[in-house]
Write a protein that binds this ligand. Structure first.
Ligand code: HMG
Ligand code: MG
Length: 301
């Protein structure tokens, strides 16, 4: 196996991480935390979402956060957008990159964004078109690729239909979501084998939640298939409130530790990531799932 020379990590903690927390972090603390993340070497941070505040109350201050953070030119500051209203807010907040999202399974799509898959297509098509018009790159998320909390297994034809449509709309990259963390490495390779016949590996990212502890193994399986972009959430926080049983994403610092010790260039400082992880653990007031965070704290105690 020839490992890649470098891998890109995309930080989704301030969005995916905080959206599922009961404790609301103050705007000031979010801003300070994102500023810490900006200094780690990360080149991509999804800082919030412009969804309906009733649906995701912990991110109701999206505009304030986006306007208050210190922007570094080497970092892309992205946000999750469900519709036109979200895009308008994101543009007003000067978000660098737009991330649209929908699911491969009908029930999760409905529970998460209150529309069927077919009803979602025209909404996102307009968001993608208008984003491109505003010279913004667009990332697409496809949720429930490896299993749906309501429907169980998801047919490959459904995954292909939504992926094809999102790329045809004009997205730059598709992030394949294991929303409830049920994937295994064999399944990851089987799904990628089919998708990579249609789309280049450089256009695909993987977004693994770690409910059953398989996320790092799934990352290696995806790397073997040629994927080099992975989402992570600092501290391992996160989950989708509309996907029962979903726990956090794989911790970004755990990804970083594994990849950099394999000699793969990531460009992110582990010590800086651990400082940012400690910061948010303190604010959330509970031990976070990240292995590297807990290992670092154990050594100090
Ligand atoms: P809806 O109720 O169907 O919305 O919600 P609507 O279009 O019928 O509008 C109703 C009202 O909401 C209107 O206000 C709109 O203006 C307002 P009114 O006229 O009644 O005063 N509204 C908004 N307000 C603020 N921001 C907006 C917005 N849109 C409409 N963007 C909606 C539909 C999509 C808004 C709602 O379902 C929603 O916000 N859902 C978001 C759910 C969510 O954020 N889930 C978690 C993220 S996805 C995820 O975690 C998975 C991922 O990580 C990948 C993976 O792990 O698989 C990405
Ligand atoms: Mg997610």
């Amino acid at each position: 196996m020839k490992w890649p020379d470098s891998v890109t990590l995309k930080e989704v903690g301030p969005r995916d991480g905080l959206q599922n927390e009961k404790k609301v972090i103050t705007t000031e603390d979010k801003v300070a935390w994102i500023n810490l993340l900006s200094k780690t070497g990360l080149t991509y941070i999804e800082i919030t979402s412009f969804v309906h505040p009733k649906w995701i109350p912990t991110l109701a201050d999206a505009m304030e956060v986006a306007k208050a953070i210190e922007r570094r030119k080497e970092v892309t500051y992205a946000a999750l957008i469900p519709n036109q209203r979200g895009l308008e807010n994101a543009l007003e907040a000067n978000i660098d990159e737009i991330a649209v999202f929908m699911s491969a399974s009908e029930t999760h799509n409905l529970k998460n964004i209150n529309k069927s898959i077919n009803e979602t297509f025209p909404v996102l098509r307009k968001v993608v078109q208008d984003s491109i018009h505003s010279r913004k790159k667009v990332r697409g998320y496809l949720s429930t690729v490896f299993g749906c909390p309501y429907e169980g297994a998801v047919e490959i034809d459904n995954i292909l239909r939504v992926s094809d449509t999102l790329f045809e709309m004009g997205i730059d990259e598709l992030s394949l979501g294991d929303t409830i963390g049920v994937a295994n490495p064999k399944q990851v390779q089987e799904v990628l084998e089919i998708l990579l016949k249609r789309f280049p590996s450089t256009k695909i990212a993987m977004h693994f939640h770690d409910t059953h502890g398989t996320a790092l193994a799934n990352v290696l399986a995806a790397i073997e298939m040629g994927i080099t972009t992975f989402d992570g959430s600092i501290g391992g926080i996160g989950g989708c409130p509309y996907a029962p049983g979903a726990s956090g994403n794989v911790a970004t610092e755990d990804l970083l530790y594994m990849l950099s010790n394999m000699g793969i260039e990531v460009g992110v400082q582990l010590s800086d990531m651990l400082s940012a992880a400690k910061y948010i653990q303190k604010k959330l007031g509970r031990a976070l799932p990240s292995h590297n965070l807990q290992a670092a704290l154990a050594v100090k105690e």
